[in-house]
Write a protein that binds this ligand. Sequence first.
Ligand SMILES: O=C(O)[C@H](O)[C@@H](O)[C@H](O)[C@H](O)COP(=O)(O)O
Length: 266
Amino acid sequence: MAFSGVHRDRGELRIHESVEELSTNLADYIADLSEASVKERGVFAIALSGGSLIGLMGKLCEAPYNKTVDWAKWYIFWADERVVAKNHADSNYKLAKEGLLSKVPIVPSHVHSINDSLSAEEAGDEYEFDIRQLVKARMVCVSDISDCPKFDLILLGMGSDGHVASLFPNHSVLDVKNQWVSFITDSPKPPPERITFTLPVINSASNVVVVVTGESKAEAVHLAIDDLGPNCPSLPARVVQPTNGKLVWFLDKPAASKLESVQFCE
Ligand SMILES: O=C(O)[C@H](O)[C@@H](O)[C@H](O)[C@H](O)COP(=O)(O)O
């Protein structure tokens, strides 16, 4: 690894020499969290995002993880989803199903995706209701400091504009506090209609991992992590700050190239 350390208030930074190295370490990290969670409470509630993240998780489908991870204990959710049919090329469900879920023995009834026959608003409401039932059944923990669910792990990617999940810069969805799942119909990144975990839910998780690769994200990584004083723009990725949980950034060197807070060990 090119660098590994803890930032004063932006979580742990893990900067990798290559995307290949990042993928291996990411699979290892997720497998460890799964093991700890299954040991502690018998299940692992994990929320995925879309984009390049699923490809970067690919090593989980290979040895040793395909055999060693206790897949039957996984409960799968999405931190955000595009409101399109499940067989549509834009669907985050389809991406995860093809890239991960169909390759490991996940229990089909443990996969909690949106109802794709509803409007964005209805799909968001129904998804929140679904999660509420799983919190009642203790498959998902409840936060000790808010009324939010406490996912064992929320995995996020980040756009070059600093968005995470479907929380886009300067969008009113960033201010939603009284819901677990919200919706938007004007996403700047197509497709326009999406549902998303709200910020309080993301910040109530036990673990949040943000995975970012490539030079096109370097400026956003700098703005999301470095200490920029009072003039710091309020990037969605910057307000990801789990209250009682752990935040870890998985970066490759190009994505980390504008970070002021780190010195690479060559
Ligand atoms: O459904 C989505 O669009 C996402 O969940 C979104 O938040 C994604 O994670 C980022 O846009 C990064 O995507 P890339 O890693 O592909 O750039």
